[in-house]
Design a protein around this ligand. Sequence first.
Ligand code: ATP
Ligand code: MG
Length: 347
Amino acid sequence: MIELKDVYKTYTRKGISNEALKGIQLKVEKGDIFGVIGYSGAGKSTLIRLVNYLERPTKGQVFVEGHDLGAYSVKELRAAKKNIGMIFQHFNLLESKKVFDNVAIPLVLLKKNKNEIRERVLELLKFVGLGDKAGSYPSELSGGQKQRVGIARALASNPSILLCDEATSALDPQTTRSILQLLKQINAEYNITVMIITHEMSVIQEICNKVAVMEEGRIIEQGSVLEVFGHPKHPTTQNFVKTVIQNSITNSVLKSLKTEPGSQLYKLELVGQCASEPIIYQMIRSYDVKVNILFANMTEIQETTLGKMIIQLNGEATEVNNALSFLKNNGVGVEGVEKHVFNYSYS
Ligand SMILES: Nc1ncnc2c1ncn2[C@@H]1O[C@H](COP(=O)(O)OP(=O)(O)OP(=O)(O)O)[C@@H](O)[C@H]1O
Ligand SMILES: [Mg+2]
């Protein structure tokens, strides 16, 4: 659907070069809600601007629906761009035009007739929940409503791809949620592939099925959201994941933690079905081990429950080993950890 092959982008201004993208390899499949996350300056906006050819790569190729955008003529490129809608952080609406006319812009440019435009615009406004705002001006709308107008405008030409650059960054958490739900609906009902740029991991958690993490012009990690959230490898990814899934003992618990002789700390990971079974209870009933639960957290990602737990186990070595085998045989991820790791790091 969208593929970037070894893409580089260097901006040169007044003799000074700035390498914004350095060898990007990326594949977005049809129907994905693909998130790209990274800190400011990582190159996220540059990347998304290459996908709709607002920028050209310095090196490498960008394919959309199997076509190399670099090989297109100006005319072909114009036609290809109709297939890609985009929404922005600050909505980019024309303040002097009514909501109706803002949404109609792409259709006017496509030289559609008046009746067709009217029908399509009203249908879109209804879809985004603004059926009664056609005659309002952008200044009379809330931020969330303005973004809905932006979305309606982006959908006007029936694109198969929707690009969103920080589309919810100017909105409060509740409005963000409603806009994300709308994007999810667009993806499901119209089968539109969505690419989302953000610096908020909660946005990725809420709607994406795949994620790429960017740093200094490179993709440092990518994969399914469940995989990346469950096992973040790169320290930057771990920092992002930490903002939505805590996986560490609090300082006060750590301070009061008694290191009894023979006791050991374990991190447990419970994914899907095993997160809803009373596995810890069964372990305590079946084995002569003392269990101290120091931390527990459950998160839902891609409609799958991801449970994280940190426990302290104490008992005879054979009993402890049997208890750990019981957990592993029931699909629980088990990793022994030392107390000191919680003093400074996340893993
Ligand atoms: N038009 C431009 N001319 C020169 N340099 C640019 C241009 N656009 C971006 N850059 C530089 O490229 C790098 C990546 O910028 P980009 O806007 O892609 O980052 P970003 O990840 O979107 O950041 P943010 O989260 O702040 O929006 C930065 O160092 C930036 O200064
Ligand atoms: Mg940006």
